[in-house]
Design a protein around this ligand. Structure first.
Ligand SMILES: Cc1ncc(C[n+]2csc(CCOP(=O)(O)OP(=O)(O)O)c2C)c(N)n1
Length: 329
């Protein structure tokens, strides 16, 4: 039920954020509509919810997590506040980044969520650095590092896995393989057998799992997290899932075969988990109540974000490394 609740909250949040973004400025050049509450590119993890839910169920607030540009699910599953994330998407002062970061820069250090990241694969070295600190300081904590199947074709993936293995760092690499990298199918541009094979080449044990089966993800992550926490060094989880939406919310994904999407929708992780829970005796009313509560939470967050103040103009000059010699101001 806890796993299902996490997935339902992620889905409800992203559905609402998508509606609130309609008409917004996108990476593909659409212009802002007056009605858009969420501006800028919004990468949705619809259909991938089982991966963060199953993995983060094994993490503690003292553990770290690094995320990607598609990070709402990771953030919520790690325990970050849903309302503050909605405020950030709305660009409001009460958001995680004071309204200045938006979807791709959300971080909540209070729950160990070190940050979403707009640079593909850039979270990998950050995760390894964080895990190295945990090891040096002898903390009883680990780092979970989420990245996409496209990220494994960038150099930081190799550097991070090598460093983690050489120093036996407490890091769990999680490849969320949704089969697409922006508008390009990942398969044809990836040599060899993908993330697990590359991990094996560096002597990092891995498991491949049906990433749309939250119970399978939960079980595999339990084993790998226990090994990482036990001091066995890094591990990799390769979760096979599917990106249901376009690359960003306004991308209609017209470049892909509609049959591919239809097949993926048949394996929707929420529908599967719900069916499984019903079969094992959970009352439908209990699941309905959980869904209603998640929707109510999201509706309240939308209202809060709408009513929240905009950042002060002076805030443009805080949280930056260098504001120049003063002439900028
Ligand atoms: C270094 C870098 N190159 C290119 C981009 C543009 N870009 C943004 S997301 C993306 C695809 C990433 O694919 P994947 O890692 O599989 O993640 P997914 O979007 O499928 O979740 C690309 C190429 C970027 N943000 N950073």
């Amino acid at each position: 039920m806890a796993l299902y609740r996490t997935m339902v909250r992620i889905r409800a949040f992203e559905n609402a954020a998508e509606v609130a973004s309609q008409g917004g400025v996108s990476a593909y050049g659409q212009q802002a509509g007056a009605a858009a509450k969420v501006r800028g590119p919004l990468h949705l993890s619809t259909g991938q919810e089982a991966v963060p839910a199953g993995v983060c169920a094994h993490l503690r607030p003292t553990d770290y997590l690094t995320s990607t540009h598609r990070g709402h699910g990771h953030t919520l599953a790690k325990g970050a506040d849903l309302t503050r994330m909605m405020c950030e998407l709305f660009g409001k002062a009460t958001g995680f980044n004071g309204g200045k970061g938006g979807s791709m820069h959300i971080a909540d250090f209070s729950v160990g969520m070190l940050g979403a990241n707009g640079v593909v694969a850039a979270g990998l070295p950050i995760a390894v650095g964080a895990a190295h600190a945990q090891k040096i300081q002898q903390r009883d904590a680990i780092t979970a590092c989420f990245f996409g199947d496209g990220a494994i074709n960038r150099g930081p993936f190799l550097e991070a896995l090598n460093w983690a293995r050489v120093y036996e760092l407490p890091v769990l690499f999680v490849c969320e393989d949704n089969r697409w990298s922006a508008t390009t199918a990942s398969g044809p541009m990836t040599a060899g057998d993908g993330a697990s094979a590359r991990a094996a080449a560096m002597d990092i044990a891995s498991r491949q799992v049906d990433g749309n089966d939250v119970f399978a993800v939960h079980e595999a992550a339990a084993e790998l997290v226990a090994q990482v926490r036990g001091g066995s060094g890094p591990r990799l989880l390769h979760a096979l899932t599917y990106r249901v939406k376009g690359h960003v919310s306004v991308d209609l994904a017209a470049y892909r075969d509609p049959r591919e999407l239809e097949a993926a929708l048949d394996t929707d992780p929420l529908a599967r988990a719900r069916a499984h829970l019903l079969e094992s005796g959970t009352a439908a009313a209990e699941l309905d109540a959980l869904e209603t509560a998640a929707q109510a939470e999201v509706d309240a967050a939308l209202a809060t974000a709408d009513a929240a103040p905009w950042p002060d103009a002076q805030a443009a000059f805080s949280d930056v490394q260098d504001t120049g010699a003063g002439q900028w101001i």
